[in-house]
Design a protein around this ligand. Sequence first.
Ligand code: AP5
Ligand code: ZN
Length: 213
Amino acid sequence: KRLILIGPPGSGKGTQSPIIKDEFCLCHLATGDMLRAAVAAKTPLGIKAKETMDRGELVSDDLVVGVIDEAMKKPSCQKGFILDGFPRTVVQAQKLDEMLSKQGTKIDKVLNFAIDDVILEERITGRWIHAASGRSYHNKFNPPKVLGIDDVTGEPLMQRKDDTAEVLKSRLEAFHRQTEPVIEYYSKKGLVANLHAEKPPKEVTAEVQKTLS
Ligand code: AP5
Ligand code: ZN
């Protein structure tokens, strides 16, 4: 399947992605994870993106479209993929449509992680991630077996630089102003499935499975 996950920061896109990926054998393309890897490696892309990301604003459409165009060429992505965090502007959605129509394919479903803003601060400020894999934990809702340590690799966990209450405000503003119109864009095409993203992780997973089966 070819899927898009849309939702505000902390709505659970990155948490559900590995489960969807394992079950439906897709590749997981998360523009945020890719950009953070570029920032950590100090590549030209990372250097361009860093300050914008630290402020909680969206990086330019051209930058992310380039990243996705490149990533979608991977052989593992030919049969299907999950786009997590892309597209988040209408321009990005239009560019994606163009890319896919050149390949003779299209999006099957857009999963909308619908959730109220007030729930998100606690999720964001309690998040810990394993940078190399993108796995995320929460000190209250989804704690690792050993505090501060990744369950799978035993490596240390870290907090994201943009995961403060202050930066969250800009990220939410960007979501409402620039990304909500993308949900509308796909609604008109009849592709959107709304999830109750405020529910516990397992219940959200069950909703996802029901939607995709
Ligand atoms: P990105 O990395 O995409 O961040 P985001 O959209 O803000 O989303 P998050 O990763 O914060 O949320 P999530 O939904 O994945 O939450 P998670 O599952 O981890 O983007 C970062 C930045 O990169 C952007 O600000 C921008 O600058 C740039 N960027 C990226 N893509 C771009 C694009 N296309 N265009 C332009 N710029 C772009 O869950 C959060 C926490 O809650 C975790 O601790 C988790 O354990 C917990 N949790 C998850 N689900 C539940 C649940 N059901 N109940 C309780 N707790 C839960
Ligand atoms: Zn994420």
